[in-house]
Design a protein around this ligand. Structure first.
Ligand code: KG4
Ligand code: ZN
Length: 409
């Protein structure tokens, strides 16, 4: 079946078209097109994502992006497809708050034949509601014009599904998923397809959020995750070189201070996380340094980035390891934007390499680097799984809303 998917939950406008087959045992995805338009440059100067600015950009860009995706997939057929006046009126009413999206979609789809699409999937939460609504309204409009069902998809289910393109065989359950993104830090037990139990989550900041906040403290641009990770990588490489070259030479007093940040809740008996204390420790360390220095030099920033990243890695590892020991999953899934981080990926690879010590082999699944951060392909994949799991769940009903705090259920 062919699925067109739309993702607008934050600052990426993304559209994908896939041809999916193979069912739940051997799901196979032929990507016909996949486009991601990042708004990072626009939000960068504000140091974070502005919901209404994100909404405006999605409204402007989504229509042309859908057209481009259809063209790339070979599904665009020029035609004079006059949309009946009463249908135009209905769409206009639905999109009254998004006139730009309305004009875009109308102009585009009056010039194309109805494409061969079986299902439209769209993220309906969690995320920024004004941004989510753009995708939802566009999906509903296209569903109306093309007479195709529209399926709402949970963004976090999308992140979980992003690993399916990397899976070499059928997913074995139970699976344990660690979801680490800009808005979430969750440990989820998956007993079967789409059957979730959240066993732990962050009590304050999400991992990605704390990466972004610490980056801001260090004067690095948004989004800070990749910036911190690059600095930490350099610090690691330099430390290794030093250790190799200088075996017996004493360094004397180093000009770069050393740091020791806490590993929050690492020993607590639950599976919850908390990162605000770690964030505050970094803040205090920087504040103390600023008393004696006019500005942080690069070497100090690298040392902070490294110790901060190590604290995050150790905390994530400890909680996940304990969950593995208790629940003995057959598959470990790690997904969400933060898994782009090389050091975090490597730490979990190492953990699962020795998985026989847990009593059984654990298959470790992570998305490719490109599918780690927000994208529409993962939404299309999740929609296929949902359609396969309960084909009857697809209805003509398009009566769903954006849910900023939508949870996995
Ligand atoms: O999943 P995602 O694209 O969006 C949300 O659903 O939130 O995740 C974005 C988050 C941002 O906080 C970003 O700083 C973080 O992922 N991130 C990283 C790295 N690349 C992106 N964090 C640490 N290291 C990275 N290399
Ligand atoms: Zn995300």
């Amino acid at each position: 079946m062919k699925i067109l998917s739309i993702e607008t939950s934050c600052d990426e406008t993304s559209v994908a078209i896939i041809e999916a087959s193979g069912g739940l045992e051997k799901p196979d995805f032929n990507v016909l097109s996949h486009l991601v338009l990042s708004q990072v440059k626009i939000h960068e100067k504000y140091g974070g994502v502005f919901p209404n600015l994100a909404k405006r950009e999605h409204s402007k860009n989504l229509g042309p992006l859908v057209k481009k995706a259809l063209e790339e997939a070979g599904l665009w057929v020029d035609a004079n497809n006059k949309i009946p006046a009463e249908q135009v009126e209905k769409i206009k009413t639905d999109l009254s708050r998004e006139p730009e999206l309305f004009t875009n979609l109308l102009n585009i789809f009056e010039t194309s034949a109805v494409p061969e699409i079986d299902l439209i999937a769209v993220t309906n939460g969690p995320g920024l509601e004004p941004a989510l609504w753009v995708g939802i309204n566009a999906a509903k409009t296209l569903g109306e014009i093309w007479n195709v069902p529209v399926m709402p998809i949970n963004h976090m289910e999308g992140h979980i599904s992003s690993v399916l393109t990397s899976a070499k065989s059928a997913i074995q359950f139970p699976a344990l998923a660690l979801l680490i993104s800009g808005g979430h830090t969750e440990l989820v037990l998956i007993s079967d397809w789409l059957t979730y139990k959240v066993i732990g989550e962050t009590r304050d900041d999400a991992v990605g959020e704390v990466f972004d906040k610490v980056a801001r403290m260090l004067g690095l641009p948004y989004p800070g995750g990749p910036q911190i990770s690059a600095l930490a990588e350099e610090a690691r490489a330099e430390a290794n070189t030093k250790a190799e070259v200088v075996e017996n030479v004493s360094y004397g007093a180093s000009a770069v201070p050393t740091f020791e940040f806490p590993r929050p809740m690492i020993k607590s008996p639950d599976y919850d996380f908390s990162f605000s204390g770690l964030k505050t420790s970094v803040l205090y360390a920087i504040r103390d340094l600023m008393v004696i220095r006019p500005a942080l030099d690069l070497a100090t920033k690298k040392a902070i980035a490294l110790e901060f990243e190590n604290a995050i890695i150790e905390t994530l590892l400890a909680k996940t390891q304990r969950a593995i020991e208790e629940f003995v999953p057959k598959t470990l899934i790690i997904a969400g934007g933060v898994i782009s981080n090389k050091a975090i990926r490597q730490a979990f690879e190492k953990l699962t390499k020795n998985s026989s010590s847990y009593g059984q082999e654990i298959t470790f699944l992570v998305p490719t680097q490109a599918l780690s951060t927000d994208n529409a392909l993962m939404i299309a994949i999740a929609a296929y799984i949902r359609q396969q799991k309960s084909p009857t769940s697809i209805s003509a009903d398009r009566n769903f809303s954006a849910e900023g705090n939508l949870r996995l259920s």
